[in-house]
Design a protein around this ligand. Structure first.
Ligand code: C2E
Ligand code: CA
Ligand code: CA
Length: 613
């Protein structure tokens, strides 16, 4: 025989049971509790109701035992206080325990219960759930016929009601947090988290492709800084509303934060259909918005990616849409770009490169190519530039553009730079021995901005020169103009240090970095290399001619040597010569080639006569 719990033990056990309850388990836990109470107090029915003061109604949360054949429009489900009988109406503001017994005058209440349950006279105990001063719900017990409630029992019921009130408040707070986590406050759209959940579900099963549309407002920063953040917010809220209005009801629209939005079509769709929807979004977004008395219109860039369930995960698909969006932006904005197989290939290449580059540097599988610098009058080789290559096992011979960015973002610049310097200097020493000249050739080596500002850079260079038995004057380090403009102080220190060990410095891609004249004057540099962008169309473009003329003049007045890059045509060569620039690199003379091939050029004594032909 089981011993009946004391009332205190009952309350304790209820408290323990309710501790871990969440919104999801609230209903079943409530039912379980009511069941326990019905058994304990030997009553026939029990119910838990919640007050919704906004609707002015009391709503059934749980009951025990569950009624069979509940009418579709359950008269006990939602009861509006306004048209309730006095007993239910009292639940709105009930603040103390309400006891009703059959003898009393409450016909209307007894009628409603009879209607719903078919039971005749009952007695009732109702305990309010209080949230601060407000009646947040009620806990009720019904016994067919008569039942008296002892004061100790009433006290225990009060304690249980207090626990339930606490639980309801906690679950409501959790629901609110959950709502906030899934709804963007400014726009009311879904959040990144909601989007991620939704996409995860769509991509794990169901029909594909799943169309994801990434939307980015062009130049929103400008709007924020000229009209203030409130205006920016107002613009975003209006935009969100328009996107929503222009979309079928079940499409998902999310704001990722800032000025980034994502739309996911409700059903699978192909590229044509998704593009049409994206275009609708683009058009509504383009219409001007009234913000603080001003009419603002912003272009948007849109990227579209189609995800096959089971083939991509959420972050891959989002990245693809993002990448397509960037593509749209780079085309000047207000465009729609689709993630293509070519972009996919680029991603795979990048991943492969990131994975294998370190090993390639460390086990010496990189390669140097060399391009001669030529005196266009004499055809003589006046210098050699070392250019790195990566013979990749699957991707073929990779040019530096394919992996320099990875180098810079993964801190490998120092390691690569050292290898290039060592290898190039050793090779140059070898050429000096093989092809002795009255004025020995110099070698140019490219240096990344990151390398330039490492502390021990100058001593590393000095050490490598010593090891290869070369004097500093035979080495020129090429630094892009942008690197110098970006980091003047640190860069200046390094440049002075290099000067001290006799190493020369060239400014690479000159004309693209907007260094000021004053800056140029103060820099310890020896050579300017005219960016090939200005050289390519020389003889055709009057603008380029004017630019190159002024660079040549500038170099002359600062006593700098000048080299033209990217000379591909005789016309360009002739134009340069006419402007007084005699040194050049370019496909017209030689493409970058292996050490052996360059040796052959040196053996022949350069390109004598090539210009005359
Ligand atoms: P850069 O220093 O401006 O190098 C010249 C680039 O122009 C080389 O590309 C060369 O192949 C190309 N070129 C030469 N003549 C012509 C021509 O007549 N027409 C055209 N269209 N192109 C010509 P490459 O080898 O692909 O190198 C690209 C860039 O990568 C280099 O530009 C340089 O900034 C960087 N780089 C190359 N090697 C290294 C290296 O060892 N270390 C570092 N940090 N960067 C390097
Ligand atoms: Ca260079
Ligand atoms: Ca260059």
């Amino acid at each position: 025989m089981t011993v009946k719990l004391t009332l205190d033990d009952l309350v304790t056990s209820v408290a323990t049971d309710l501790m871990g309850v969440t919104a999801a388990t609230l209903h079943s836990a409530s039912e379980r509790l009511l069941h326990q109470l019905v058994d304990y107090f030997e009553v026939d029915l029990s119910f838990l109701r919640r007050n919704d003061h906004e609707r002015g109604a009391t709503i059934l949360v749980a009951e025990w035992p569950p009624r069979e054949d509940v009418p579709a429009d359950d008269p006990l489900g939602v009861i509006y206080f306004a048209d309730a009988d006095p007993t239910f109406a009292a639940l709105e503001t009930l603040s103390s325990v309400l006891l009703v017994r059959p003898a009393e005058d409450n016909d209307q209440y007894q009628d409603r219960v009879r209607q719903a349950s078919g039971i005749q006279a009952v007695s009732l105990a109702t305990v309010p759930l209080m949230d601060k001063e407000i009646t947040s719900g009620s806990l009720g017990f019904i016994k067919y016929g008569d039942r008296a409630w002892e004061p100790e029992e009433i006290n225990a019921l009060r304690a249980v009601a207090a626990l339930l009130a606490q639980l309801q408040a906690r679950v409501a707070a959790e629901e609110r947090l959950r709502y906030l986590a899934y709804h963007d406050e400014l726009t009311g759209l879904a959040t990144r988290r909601a989007l991620t959940d939704h996409l995860a579900e769509r991509l794990s099963s169901g029909a594909g492709p799943v169309p994801v549309i990434f939307i980015d407002v062009d130049r929103l920063k400008a709007l924020n800084s000229f009209l203030g953040h409130a205006a920016g917010d107002q613009f975003l809220a209006t935009l969100a509303h328009r996107l929503k209005t222009a979309s079928p009801a079940n499409h998902m629209l999310a704001r990722l934060g800032g000025d980034e939005f994502v739309a996911v079509m409700e059903r699978a769709a192909d590229e044509a259909e998704a593009s049409r929807y994206a275009d609708t979004l683009r058009r509504v977004a383009n219409e001007p918005v009234q913000v603080g008395g001003e009419e603002i219109s912003r272009a948007i860039s849109i990227g579209l990616a189609l995800g096959e369930p089971g083939q991509v995960n959420v972050s891959e698909l989002m990245n693809q849409a993002d990448q397509a969006m960037l593509q749209a932006k780079s085309r000047g904005g207000n465009e729609i770009a689709v993630f293509t197989d070519e972009m996919r290939r680029q991603n795979e290449i990048r991943t492969d490169i990131e994975l294998h580059l370190v090993t390639a540097i460390r086990n010496g599988s990189l390669l140097l190519h060399y391009q001669p610098e030529v005196d266009m009058f004499t055809g003589e080789v006046t210098g050699i530039e070392a250019l790195v290559r990566w013979p990749h096992p699957n991707l073929g011979l990779l040019p530096p553009a394919a992996f320099i960015e990875v180098i810079e973002t993964t801190n490998l610049a120092g390691e690569l730079g050292r290898w290039v310097l060592e290898t190039g200097c050793r090779q140059l020493r070898e050429w000096h021995r093989r092809y002795p000249r009255t004025t020995p050739l110099g070698l140019s080596v490219n240096v990344t901005p990151a390398e330039l500002i490492t502390r021990d850079f100058v001593s590393t260079v000095a050490q490598i020169l010593r090891d290869s038995g070369l004097e500093g004057q035979y080495l020129t380090l090429e630094i892009t103009e942008k690197a110098i403009v970006r980091d003047t102080e640190q860069a200046l220190d390094t440049l002075r240090g290099l000067k001290n060990i006799g190493v020369r410095v060239a400014i690479d891609d000159f004309g693209t970095g907007y260094s000021s004249l004053a800056q140029l004057k103060s820099l310890p540099v020896d050579v300017l290399k005219i960016d090939r962008g200005f050289v390519r169309d020389l003889g055709v473009s009057a603008d380029d001619l004017a630019i190159v003329r002024s660079i040549v003049g500038l170099a002359g007045s600062f006593g700098l040597r000048i080299v033209a890059e990217g000379v591909e045509t005789k016309l360009a060569a002739a134009s340069l010569l006419a402007l007084g620039c005699t040194r050049a690199q370019g496909f017209l003379y030689a493409k970058p080639c292996g050490a052996e091939e360059l040796g052959e050029i040196l053996a022949m004594g350069g390109f004598g006569g090539k210009r005359m032909s």
